[in-house]
Structure formats: structure tokens, C-alpha cells
Design a protein around this ligand. Structure first.
Ligand SMILES: [Zn+2]
Length: 83
């Protein structure tokens, strides 16, 4: 048994600041935490670490953004403000 285990990493949600100390091989690292990458309006990329709760909410927003963008791209006749 090792007295010192250096194989842990600290996970902190960028949104709600929830924190977990997990062994790097722990399945929860990939099952409960997500690295989200997105670009802002100016194509500036950013990445975020999110807990499972925030990931669920983020997914809803990102799906909505995708949908709005696709509507905008596929309908040049409107100004994009229609749902
Ligand atoms: Zn969170």
C-alpha cells in the first residue's frame, strides 16, 4: 500500500465550482465530467470543464443555439429573429 498516492486529480466545475478529487483511472472522470469546447461570436475558442448537472443544462443551450443557427442559415428570407 502506498503512503502517498499522486494519481489523483482535482476536478472543479467552471460553472458551479463543484469539486471532486478523483483517481485518474476512475470512470467518473469521463462519466460525470465533461470538457466542453465552444466558440464565441468572433470564433474565439474556449473550453470549460462541467459537472454532470451543468453539462445537462449546457447541452440544452447548445442544442438551442445549433437549432437557431441552422434556421438562420437555411432561411435567407427572414432576419433570423423567428423561432
Ligand atoms: Zn457544475
Amino acid at each position: 500500500m502506498m503512503a502517498i498516492n499522486e494519481n489523483f486529480q482535482k476536478m472543479t466545475c467552471d460553472r458551479c465550482q463543484r469539486t471532486a478529487f478523483l483517481e485518474k483511472t476512475d470512470p467518473r472522470v469521463s462519466n460525470e465530467w465533461s470538457q466542453i469546447k465552444r466558440m464565441n461570436y468572433d470564433s474565439k475558442p474556449a473550453s470549460y470543464l462541467l459537472c454532470s448537472d451543468c453539462k445537462k443544462l449546457a447541452t440544452q443551450i447548445l442544442v438551442k443555439h445549433d437549432s437557431e443557427w441552422n434556421t438562420f442559415m437555411n432561411n435567407a428570407a427572414t432576419n433570423g429573429s423567428e423561432a
